[in-house]
Every structure is written in structure tokens, then in C-alpha cells.
Design a protein around this ligand. Structure first.
Ligand SMILES: Nc1ncnc2c1ncn2[C@@H]1O[C@H](COP(=O)(O)OP(=O)(O)OP(=O)(O)O)[C@@H](O)[C@H]1O
Ligand SMILES: [Mg+2]
Length: 298
């Protein structure tokens, strides 16, 4: 599988320029789309699932044009929208059975097996006879995940799939995605949660204000943050100064005051040491440098 995005722009009717000249290629595997609120993640995903037309540019899926070969591409798709909601009188089982029908399962026996297996995988088997409308928020989310994955889609687009899931469910979901991901499948996953990406994705993109600012392996982003992450031992007074000066990743109270992790090139005058960056550090480091560059331009 391969998605090629070329010169993509989306301007909403009210003038919001949500996607700005995005170019990238996504290959089989798990692809993480990371970015702050309003970055354009959902907009890009809605374009990828053919629910919305771009203002300009082109998307090819295995060489097929997204706009021209809509029907064919839709048959490969599984999609979980960010605001997955439903109003239905159906029970959980019936809801998923309906999704399976839409996904093309005509044989009742096979459909039955598939639905039951999926209910087990997302931990909703016990709740199968409950009305879908009455499920908890996290359970509805899991039903959303189930309907996106049913029918072995080759192109799985999940928008903030882990929102509202408890930590255990989040891990379960990650494992589920890892299981369905094979060499023929693309999974595009958007998130605010850096941890969702570091533990699963081999390739990722960072978006900010409609612009694609990074595309590549998470490890490369981490490499870029090398030397820029510090652990400072600070007194109470210093701690307040540091808060104003550097982006803080974490702070733990210690015997002498605080142990603070910050992202910066130098920690002029404070007592501390460099530490190995993780993806969360790398994300903050990258966004900080982006902001600084913007300031220089102004
Ligand atoms: N229907 C719409 N009409 C006009 N502007 C919109 C519409 N939908 C989104 N936007 C704007 O487009 C930009 C990108 O929004 P989008 O929802 O794609 O971002 P996002 O990265 O998914 O954000 P979040 O992390 O909050 O979900 C924002 O400035 C948003 O206000
Ligand atoms: Mg969104």
C-alpha cells in the first residue's frame, strides 16, 4: 500500500486555510500524525477518506486517484472519525453486525463469527446485548474502533482513537492495531498523545497550522533533540525562574527543592545534566525551534 499526497491544500468556505501545500508519501505500516489543536489533522483525514474534497492538489492510493476512483478506494477503507457519534436503537451486537453488512459480509455465518471475534477483541463481548446508545463514552469509542476495523480494511484511518480510553484499553487498542497491521496495510493514526506514537509507529508526521513540518521516523526526531534535554536540580526560587525561561517537561519535588526536566540548548548557570531525549522531549524541542524560527522571520 502506498499513499502519495501532492501539493495538497484545503481552504474552508469561511477562508480557514487548514492544509497548506502538503507533500508526502505514506507506505505500509503504522503512521502517526501528531500536532496541536487546529493543526489540520482531521481535515487531512477527512480528505483521505473521501468525505471532503481538497481545494487543490492530488492524493493517489496505490496509484489510483482519490477523487476519480472513489468507489474502489472506499471499499478498502476503515475510518474512525474524531467525533464518532451515533443515534441508534440497535444493540451493540446489532450495530456491529450492521457495520459488517456495510463492509460486504453477506454470508450470515461468516458475518456472525467476524462480529463476535471483533466484539471480543475490543472488549465489548459482555456488553453485546446492551443498547449501543447506553454504553459509556469509552465503550462507544471501542465500538467505533470495531466498526472501523471490521472487514479487514487495507487503509485504516483513525482520528484520535484513544481519546477517552483508560490506560489499559489504550494498550489493548495499540496491540489490536499492531495485530492488524501487516505489509499490505496502512494505518494512519492521529493523536495528541505522544506515547501513542512512540510505542507503535515506524513513520510519523508533525503538523502545525496546516503545514507539514516533519516527516520521518520517530527516532530521527529524537536524534534532533539530543543535547537539548536537561535535568536540573533547582531550589524553590530557581524553579520559578526556570518556569519562565524554558519549556518544562516534568518536575518532581526532591529533598533540596525540585528536579526539573527542560528542553533547551544551554542551562546557563543552573546545576544539571543532559539526559537522553524521548519522543515527548523531541516533540517539544521541535515545536520550540519552529516557534523560534517564526520569531526570527518576524
Ligand atoms: N468545517 C470547518 N469550517 C471552517 N474551518 C474549519 C472547519 N473544520 C476545521 N476548520 C479549521 O481548520 C483548521 C484545522 O482543523 P482540524 O480539525 O483539521 O485540526 P486538528 O489538527 O484535527 O485539531 P484537533 O487536534 O483539535 O482535532 C482549524 O483552524 C479549524 O478551525
Ligand atoms: Mg482533529
Amino acid at each position: 500500500m502506498k499513499i502519495e499526497i501532492k501539493g495538497l491544500n484545503k481552504v474552508y468556505p469561511n477562508g480557514n486555510h487548514a492544509i497548506k501545500d502538503v507533500n508526502m508519501t505514506i507506505e505500509s505500516g503504522m503512521f502517526g500524525l501528531l500536532g496541536p489543536n487546529g493543526a489540520g489533522k482531521s481535515t487531512l483525514m477527512r480528505i483521505l477518506v473521501t468525505l471532503m474534497k481538497p481545494s487543490s492538489g492530488q492524493v493517489l492510493v496505490n496509484g489510483m486517484d482519490l477523487m476519480k476512483d472513489r468507489k474502489q478506494i472506499r471499499s478498502m477503507l476503515g475510518y474512525l472519525p474524531q467525533d464518532f457519534r451515533f443515534f441508534t436503537k440497535l444493540k451493540t451486537y446489532e450495530f456491529l453486525d450492521y457495520a459488517a453488512r456495510l463492509a460486504g459480509f453477506t454470508n450470515a455465518k461468516i458475518r456472525n463469527n467476524t462480529v463476535e471475534k471483533m466484539l471480543e477483541e475490543v472488549g465489548l463481548y459482555e456488553a453485546r446485548n446492551r443498547f449501543a446508545n447506553n454504553l459509556s463514552g469509552g465503550m462507544k469509542r471501542r465500538l467505533g474502533i470495531a466498526q472501523a476495523l471490521i472487514g479487514d480494511p487495507k487503509l485504516i484511518i483513525v482520528d484520535e482513537p484513544t481519546t477517552g480510553l483508560d490506560p489499559e484499553e489504550r494498550i489493548r487498542f495499540r496491540n489490536l492495531l499492531t495485530r492488524v497491521s501487516d505489509k499490505d496495510v496502512i494505518i494512519v493514526l492521529s493523536t495528541h498523545i505522544v506515547g501513542d506514537i512512540s510505542s507503535t509507529c515506524t513513520d510519523m508526521a508533525l503538523m502545525n497550522k496546516g503545514i507539514l513540518s516533519y516527516k520521518g521516523a520517530p527516532e530521527r526526531l529524537i536524534e534532533m533533540a539530543k543535547d537539548n534535554v536537561w535535568k536540573i536540580k533547582a531550589t524553590e526560587t530557581e524553579y520559578f525562574e526556570i518556569q519562565d525561561k524554558y519549556p518544562i517537561i516534568s518536575s518532581i519535588p526532591s529533598e533540596e527543592g525540585w528536579e526539573v526536566q527542560v528542553v533547551t540548548k544551554e542551562i546557563n548557570g543552573y546545576f544539571g545534566e543532559r539526559i537522553e531525549p524521548n519522543l515527548e522531549h523531541a516533540y517539544v524541542n521541535y515545536m520550540e525551534n519552529e516557534l523560534n524560527q517564526k520569531w526570527i522571520e518576524i
